[in-house]
Structure formats: structure tokens, C-alpha cells
Design a protein around this ligand. Structure first.
Ligand code: INI
Length: 206
């Protein structure tokens, strides 16, 4: 009982982590965009950039906040997403693509790989990677989601802002566990303390 009472006095207060849309104008982002079906992906990109701009983030490629990588198609998106996320230079990576069902099973292979790959890029690096890849049966359905009715590019921008600021909050509270990096041998994520050594390097006692 006494121990419980003492522990209660000294316990760390619990937290509620929640992404912010109003204190996010200093986020650094990367976008990976597929050229395949660029009629759709360029529209998604415009919607996403509009969202960022209206939240105080400068999406200009010549600026300092958003970098861009163009890839041939959605199949290549995960490789770039992981490569960019692994730099830990960005608060979030946004992937934009459009996979449209044709007459062959190609759609299934591409959509399956890009969805798994984007999830893996995020999980392996600890960086939010937004899945902004449309998977539709027709071009009409894709265009409706890329500006004709609504523009999901805007939603993908919002997800990046929310997740980027949310992860910053978690990192601020637990600064020693900020970086996940890929364990090359096993391909599994490992936690790396963000190098706050108690003993300065080279002065270890034997
Ligand atoms: N890439 C897409 O982004 N969308 C598609 O609908 C698509 N289809 O249907 O073929 C597509 N294929 C290309 C693929 O992503 C790769 O770029 C290509 O296979 C080269 O690796």
C-alpha cells in the first residue's frame, strides 16, 4: 500500500498525442509521384499541394520544405518512398499514384505490391508514409477522385500533416527512441537510440 502511494506520487502523467494542423507549417515533406496515368496523378499532386499551401507549407520544389521524386509507375513508388524516409530528413513522405484495372491481372500485381511496399516503407523506417495511390476499375472513377468530384490529393496532404506533427510530438516526449532504421541483415526494424552517449566516444574504460 505504502509503495503504491509513493509510486502514485511520482508517476509521470500520461499523455494524449494528437496531430496538429495549425502548428505544422515547418514540416519537411517528400512526395513520390507515379508518371503512369499522369492525367490522374498530376491532379492528385495539385490537390495535395493546394492543401499544403493552405496550411502554411511551401510546396514549391525550389523551396526548402518539399522534395519531389518522379517514378515510372506505382510499382516503383515503395523503393523511393523507403529510400527517402530512411534519410530521416522528412516528417512524412506522400506517395501519389493511380492504378486502373485493365483486361489483364497486371492491376492486381501492381496494386498489391504498391500497397504492401508503402506500408513496409513506413513500418521499417518509423516515418509516416501516406498511401495516396488510387486503385479503381475505370479512368472515370479515378478522375472523379482526382478533381472532378473531389480531390483525394487534399486528403493525402492532410494525412501527412497530421501524421508528421503527431510523430514529432511522440519523438519530443521520448527523444532517445526517435529513429527506426532498417536492420540490413534481417530486414526488420530495430530501435536505435538517437546517440546520446553517457560516456564520450573514445574514452571508454577497459
Ligand atoms: N502503373 C501504374 O501506376 N498504374 C497502372 O494502372 C499500371 N498498369 O495498369 O499497368 C502501372 N503499370 C506500370 C508499373 O507500375 C511499373 O511502372 C512497370 O511495370 C515497370 O516496372
Amino acid at each position: 500500500m505504502l509503495l503504491d502511494a509513493i509510486l502514485y506520487q511520482f508517476r509521470i502523467s500520461m499523455a494524449v498525442f494528437e496531430g496538429s494542423f495549425v502548428h505544422a507549417n515547418d514540416l519537411k515533406l517528400a512526395m513520390v509521384v507515379g508518371r503512369f496515368n499522369d492525367l490522374v496523378t498530376t491532379k492528385l499532386l495539385e490537390g495535395c499541394q493546394d492543401c499544403l499551401r493552405r496550411h502554411g507549407i511551401d510546396p514549391d520544389p525550389s523551396g526548402t520544405q518539399v522534395d519531389y521524386a518522379w517514378v515510372p509507375g506505382s510499382f516503383e513508388i515503395p523503393l523511393l518512398a523507403r529510400q527517402l524516409a530512411a534519410t530521416h530528413h522528412y516528417d512524412a513522405v506522400i506517395c501519389l499514384g493511380a492504378v486502373i484495372r485493365g483486361q489483364t491481372p497486371h492491376f492486381d500485381y501492381v496494386s498489391s505490391e504498391v500497397s504492401k511496399g508503402v506500408a513496409a516503407a513506413s513500418f521499417q523506417t518509423g516515418v509516416p508514409v501516406v498511401f495516396g495511390v488510387l486503385t479503381t476499375d475505370t479512368m472515370q472513377q479515378a478522375l472523379e477522385r482526382a478533381g472532378i468530384k473531389s480531390n483525394l490529393g487534399w486528403e493525402y496532404g492532410m494525412s501527412a500533416i497530421e501524421m508528421g506533427s503527431l510523430m514529432r510530438q511522440v519523438r519530443d516526449r521520448f527523444p532517445n527512441t526517435s529513429n527506426l532504421s532498417l536492420n540490413a541483415a534481417q530486414g526488420t526494424p530495430t530501435l536505435q537510440a538517437s546517440v546520446q552517449r553517457a560516456i564520450p566516444e573514445g574514452s571508454e574504460q577497459s
